[in-house]
Design a protein around this ligand. Structure first.
Ligand code: TNX
Length: 417
């Protein structure tokens, strides 16, 4: 829930996005992530069903900025999956930038941080036994600049930090396409000469040699290197593979994730393949394979590009961003129903995605993520409460974002206070 904030916010020097820890919270029975907050003359009564509920309640307290206005909030999420994806492959963002973004996501009750770790332009995560993935595979990014990568310790810091907000980190390693960086490091993964670095947008369209033994060994080592309950295997925009090879590979790769005791996630393209039960499918653009996934009984994460793609321009005057999904202004990010996107889908939740072809700095990221992420957050937590209502609350919320030092995009759809 996005709460209207008072005009004057308490300054919290040294802790610009920290959540208040000074109000005590007790545990009660209730739905996952639920909490109850009662502010009265005699003080604050705060209870939550679990640690996540406590974190969501503290986010509300932080947005309120005061414990002196009487109120009663009984709150629980509509969907169990409310995510933000950051692409660190097209342009690399370091640990500090990532931790800060997670702090901001926590303020809006998100509970998933999905990090797109590999793509044509760079491989950004250390994998034991495959050192060239990061020495060679990480050295470029879009525009040709130096890339970067997370060591295992860096990545663990991100996971631990997110866990303190009851946010789950989802690592994505994109296979069998979008692999140019990995092929440069280990050409045996496609059985040809090492390709040239790829430092522009789009994709050279290369694919792993999915029938080779080395690819399966590689995948197992990658899956083992990634901590957590989930592995996102990508599976999007694959070129140069037969349909049969593609569907067989997606089945094998997802099964390998299951064998490692983890739950696979894939982009919607893989919905045309038979996938292990429990695999989560992420819709972004094409209803047909997403529907095929739903028909298999698999749960879906909704990231429809015209509503959740944070890399798209707000309007034709926006400097950064792509346009293939049309302009995505705040109203587009807010006015959509996750249940109405794919017929018959079991909707796990929503996720906004920042692809980073055009975003290079923290300021770039902030201006694309905010305020649109707040719309996705509310669609996922409260369900829609009406555009005019949201619009008014968001307008009053501008000062809050400003107080956090977030250079958000001042969409002309909003009357900013
Ligand atoms: C499509 S969404 C992609 C990404 C691009 C994005 C740009 C998806 C699964 N694939 O590789 O970065 O469009 O908007």
């Amino acid at each position: 829930m996005l709460i209207p904030v008072p005009a004057v916010l308490e300054a919290r020097p040294g802790d610009p996005v920290g959540l208040p820890a000074d109000v005590e919270c007790t545990r009660t029975d209730g739905a996952a992530e639920s909490y109850r907050l009662e502010i009265g003359a005699s003080g604050v009564a705060f209870s939550a069903a679990d640690a996540a509920g406590e974190a969501r309640g503290r986010a509300t307290l932080r947005q309120l900025g005061t414990t002196s206005t009487p109120l009663l909030i009984e709150d629980a999420p509509k969907y169990p999956w409310r995510g933000l994806m950051l692409d660190v492959a097209r342009h690399f963002f370091g640990v500090d930038d990532v931790l800060r973004l997670i702090d901001l996501a926590a303020l809006y009750k998100l509970n998933v941080f999905h990090v797109h770790l590999t793509d044509d332009q760079g491989w950004r995560i250390e994998v034991p036994g495959w050192p060239k993935l990061t020495t060679i595979g990480a050295e470029t990014q879009v525009g040709g600049g130096a890339g970067g990568f997370f060591t295992a310790a860096d990545y663990q810091r991100i996971v631990d930090h997110a866990a303190r907000h009851s946010i789950t980190v989802i690592p994505e390693v994109d296979v069998p396409g979008h692999v140019n960086a990995a092929l440069r490091a280990y050409p045996e993964l496609w059985g040809k000469d090492a390709p040239e670095p790829f430092t522009t947008w789009s994709s050279p369209g290369h694919s792993l040699d999915v029938r080779s033994e080395v690819v399966h060994r590689f995948l197992a080592d990658v899956i083992r290197a990634l901590p957590g309950e989930y592995v996102h295997l990508g599976g999007d925009e694959v070129e140069g593979l037969s349909h049969d090879d593609y569907v067989q590979f997606m089945w094998d790769a997802c099964s390998l994730v299951v064998e490692h005791g983890k739950r696979p996630i894939v982009w919607e393209e893989a919905g045309v393949a038979k996938l292990p039960p429990g695999t989560i499918v992420q819709h972004w653009s094409d209803a047909k394979p997403a529907r095929a996934a739903a028909e298999q009984g698999l749960p879906l994460i909704m990231s429809p590009a015209p509503h959740t793609y944070l890399d798209q321009k707000y309007d034709e005057t926006t400097e950064l961003g792509l346009t293939w999904a049309g302009a995505v202004d705040v109203r587009d990010a807010y006015e959509w129903d996750p249940e109405a996107v794919i017929d018959g889908a079991q909707v796990l939740g929503v996720e906004a995605a920042l692809w980073s072809e055009t975003t290079e700095t923290r300021e770039h990221v902030d201006s694309m993520v905010f305020p649109r992420l707040l719309a996705t957050a509310e669609v996922g937590w409260s369900g829609r409460r009406g555009w005019e209502d949201f619009r008014a609350r968001l307008g009053a919320h501008g000062a809050f974002l400003e107080g956090l030092g977030v250079p958000f995009h001042r969409s002309t759809q909003i009357e900013w206070s």
